[in-house]
Design a protein around this ligand. Sequence first.
Ligand code: PEP
Length: 249
Amino acid sequence: FKVRKKLVVGNWKMNGGLKRNAALLAGLAACGNREGVDVVVCPPYPYLAQAVAAVKGAGVAVGGQDLCAFKDGAYTGEVSASMLLDLGCAWVIVGHSERRSLFGEADAVVAAKVQAALDAGLSPILCVGESLAQREAGEAEAVVCSQLDHVVDVLGAERFAGVVVAYEPVWAIGTGKTASPEQAQGMHREIRMHLERRGVAAEGVKILYGGSVTAANASQLFAEPDIDGALVGGASLVADSFSSICAAA
Ligand code: PEP
């Protein structure tokens, strides 16, 4: 059994500006270079270079919030994996529920993006999660497993070992309604078992929880055996809160 190092990822979404980012990034210096936890921040595309420069030497990595599945060419408005890499990103979030629901990203697109990220040498953070209606209908596990299957089918089991999974129940994102540690652990266990069934070396796969993670609830979540860190939205915009979450990991 290999111990999985914790990972805390901040997703700024479409927030920030040069001035505000500078203050936030300066406040993140305390997050990095901690034993037992890797830290990543994901600002909007225009601020990636600013973030990479600001966290240099601080032990904090930078990631994109999305990428294009295509390599290069006539795709107006899109950003490729190699561009992210070029700017100094090591990570990229793929298939966030906001991309899926607001921008119509289908499972096939998400899978192609994960593949493009790996092909370029970026580490993809694949987001999966059910809606409230799906949970209430008892479909949560089936939905999440199907989202995973689309990616495993495209990558193959061996390559999937290079993917970080983020379980983000849609009803918990930005709502202040965190999944209970037991609820989250239950789904994380199910995800790991499902990946194992698909032939993935799942004990080594990091599974992050996302959905209203705060400084107040992080340590309880991190205490669960299959919760390997967090994908943090709102609380990643406040340096003190994000630092406390990193410290709890
Ligand atoms: C997210 O956007 O991935 C997220 C989990 O947001 P929040 O922490 O604000 O719920």
